[in-house]
Design a binder for this molecule. Structure first.
Ligand SMILES: CC(C)(COP(=O)(O)OP(=O)(O)OC[C@H]1O[C@@H](n2cnc3c(N)ncnc32)[C@H](O)[C@@H]1OP(=O)(O)O)[C@@H](O)C(=O)NCCC(=O)NCCS
Length: 260
């Protein structure tokens, strides 16, 4: 049984298509972030590093992506749309993004009802630059646009905070992540020799183009529209509605990586 089949069986996806939600990371998320980090990186950060980062929200920004539980389904007490948690109550979501409620059904898996964490991302702000420090998606959920959603949330926040550029380091061998950054117009501006302590690998230093440039903004908006269509979700500037990915798409194999 492969990992994806196991997860689908565990979650009983035919009955309960997975629904996702993006939120700002809190201290309560740190243990779950650590679990997914260990699936993503050979050199995960210690929990204390996240805890320290989260104490300084004016200078950094961290988000988590979770399978979204429906509290209405969890406690079985209500299934009215008005009782479902839509995030900011001042901005009700459009009807097409509402969760597909299933009357009277409770989810059988506590991981899902408590919102299993499937991805995370974060960045630092320094003057007019934003520096993406981490991004990762649970391997069982890769290849469906979730990493791009997390990355777009970094781009959005950088623009919202007035950053002129976004930068990051990425392993020379990490072609998947590089492809994601190139998709958003990032280019390589240098290397840091033996940057990664686990294997002495070099890092590429990648930079965005000017985030204030009208053409760059237009391209980001095109990407946002494409991603919204792919996820079947509303992705407004700095705001993502909860969204669901259909079972058939989660079952489909990811595209193979083309080596150049
Ligand atoms: C990098 C990572 C976050 C991408 O997450 P993901 O959910 O699989 O990515 P998405 O499905 O959103 O793909 C977005 C883009 O990334 C690139 N990409 C993702 N997987 C790819 C693959 N297997 N081959 C080539 N490009 C790939 C593509 O540009 C893709 O856009 P496309 O679907 O239009 O081709 C994920 O692979 C990961 O967690 N890796 C381990 C942690 C890591 O390396 N983080 C980066 C540190 S710098």
């Amino acid at each position: 049984m492969n990992a994806r089949t196991a997860i689908n069986e565990k979650m009983n996806l035919d009955q309960f298509p997975p629904q996702f939600r993006l939120d700002v990371m809190t201290q309560n998320d740190v243990p779950d972030v650590g679990r997914v980090e260990r699936l993503c990186f050979p050199n995960p950060w210690p929990a204390s590093a996240y805890r320290r980062e989260l104490q300084n929200p004016s200078q950094n920004y961290y988000v988590v992506l979770r399978l979204r539980p429906s509290t209405a389904l969890m406690n079985g007490s209500s299934t009215r749309e008005s009782d479902v948690d839509h995030g900011d109550p001042k901005r009700p979501l459009p009807r097409r993004s509402l969760l597909p409620l299933q009357l009277g059904k409770r989810h059988p898996d506590p991981d899902v009802t408590h919102g299993q964490l499937v991805g995370f991302a974060g960045m630092w702000m320094a003057f007019d630059e934003a520096h993406v420090t981490t991004i990762g998606v649970d391997p069982a959920f890769r290849g469906h646009g979730l990493g791009e959603l997390l990355f777009l949330s970094m781009v959005d926040e950088a623009m919202a905070r007035g950053a002129l550029w976004l930068t990051l380091e990425v392993r020379v061998s990490n072609l998947q992540a590089q492809a994601l950054y190139r998709k958003y117009g990032f280019t390589v501006h240098g290397t840091r020799k033996r940057y990664y302590s686990d294997n002495g690998e070099d890092a590429l230093i990648m930079w965005s183009r000017a985030l204030t440039d009208a053409d760059v903004r237009a391209e980001i908006e095109n990407r946002r529209d494409e991603l919204a269509r792919r996820l079947g979700s509303q992705i407004e500037f700095n705001r993502v509605s909860p969204f669901a990915i259909s079972v058939s798409r989660l079952n489909a194999p990811s595209a193979p990586l083309e080596q150049s």
